[in-house]
Design a protein around this ligand. Structure first.
Ligand code: 3HC
Length: 303
């Protein structure tokens, strides 16, 4: 069934090579998904070789896990690994027709990155952004061809979560949007067209939900109680585990964006901000036990 708002699929362009800007956890997950489902070369770029090696290494490890589970054949595993490469230069995007950025959530950084990409790609190359909350229109403004920019917002873990928010900016044209929907289908994602509004739809809801759980801890509810109180509703993860998965810095960034847009409805937890400033990776340790040091950032009473 054609997703609501999707243009005629005959307008979609073919994608034969993908570029991913960034080699962090989100970018590496995207590289794996594109190589596995589109079966085209995927090149990751980042600022240093260590990050690239880590990104490509992640793809290899995940492919090995898929192979061990019988989800891909040995042939497919070899092909996917060979399709994903890293490059320190965006010149590697010269023959790409679809480039997605997954760099730090900062409008100026993203605008700069897209301008650098636009300087090397062909006129037909689509520019997608995986931003969690920033304006697609603002990101595209200032580019030579803003009509080729589209929001392509995935959810963590990318391999498992079926949803993809596709965001049309003011300038996005039908061919770009049709290509985005066509790629989403090949990626086997369930796509929805959402408005270019702060945090789109899902993060708007999620931020409110997470914000209220964190606020209840800030107001004195023991963290353990607030985190597990909702288990009975059948959520797949507790709110603080989800915070860990998303990353406290990303969650804070979205909360700040929402607070700026709707100050009456969205707060920003000073304790979450302090946790992020202190460089703590999250509330839970690798063993999924609450880290006492991180816990100390939240006032919540003891359980
Ligand atoms: N990477 C790859 N695969 C993963 C994974 C990961 N990080 N985590 C889990 N999986 C896979 C497992 O390998 C397993 O696959 P299998 O069926 O082939 O064995 C499958 O997912 C199910 O995993 P588990 O049985 O271990 O655990 P669950 O049943 O609890 O499922 C979950 C895990 C799907 C992550 C589930 O807990 C969940 O849906 N959590 C909520 C996630 C969520 O809400 N994400 C959205 C966050 S918001 C966001 O990303 C937006 C951003 O802009 C902030």
């Amino acid at each position: 069934k054609k997703p609501a708002g999707a243009p005629d699929k005959a307008l979609a362009r073919k994608v034969t090579k993908v570029g991913v800007v960034g080699a962090g956890l989100m970018a590496s997950q995207l590289a794996l998904l594109f190589a596995r489902r589109l079966e085209v070369p995927v090149v990751l770029t980042d600022l240093d070789q260590a990050r690239l090696d880590k990104g490509v290494g992640y793809v290899h490890t995940e492919v090995d896990k898929l192979l061990a589970k019988g989800r891909v054949s040995a042939d497919q595993a070899g092909r996917i690994k060979a399709l994903v490469t890293g490059s320190l230069s965006k010149d590697a995007f010269a023959d790409a027709d679809f480039v997605i950025e997954a760099v730090f959530e900062d409008l100026d950084v993203k605008r700069k990155v897209l301008a650098e990409v636009e300087a090397v790609v062909s006129d037909e190359c689509l520019l997608a952004t995986n931003t969690s909350s920033l304006s697609i229109t603002a990101m595209a403004s200032g580019l030579r061809r803003p009509e080729r920019v589209v929001g392509f917002h995935f959810f963590n873990p990318v391999a498992v979560m079926p949803l993809l928010e596709i965001v049309r900016g003011d300038a996005t044209d039908d061919a770009t949007l049709a290509t985005a929907f066509s790629v989403a289908k090949t990626l086997k994602k369930s796509s929805v067209l959402v408005k270019d509004a702060p945090a789109f739809v899902v993060n708007r809801l999620l931020t409110r939900f997470m914000g209220e759980v964190i606020a209840s801890v800030d107001e004195g509810t023991p963290l353990e109680v607030a985190d597990h109180a909702l288990n009975g509703l059948g959520l797949p993860m507790t709110p603080f585990t989800l915070l860990q998965l998303v990353g406290p810095a990303v969650a804070l960034h979205v909360a700040e964006t929402m607070h700026t847009a709707f100050p009456d409805r969205f707060g920003v937890s000073a304790n979450l901000a302090a946790l992020v400033s202190a460089g703590k990776p999250g509330v839970y340790g690798a063993d999924l036990q609450i880290d006492p040091e991180a816990r100390a950032f939240f006032k919540g009473g003891s359980s």
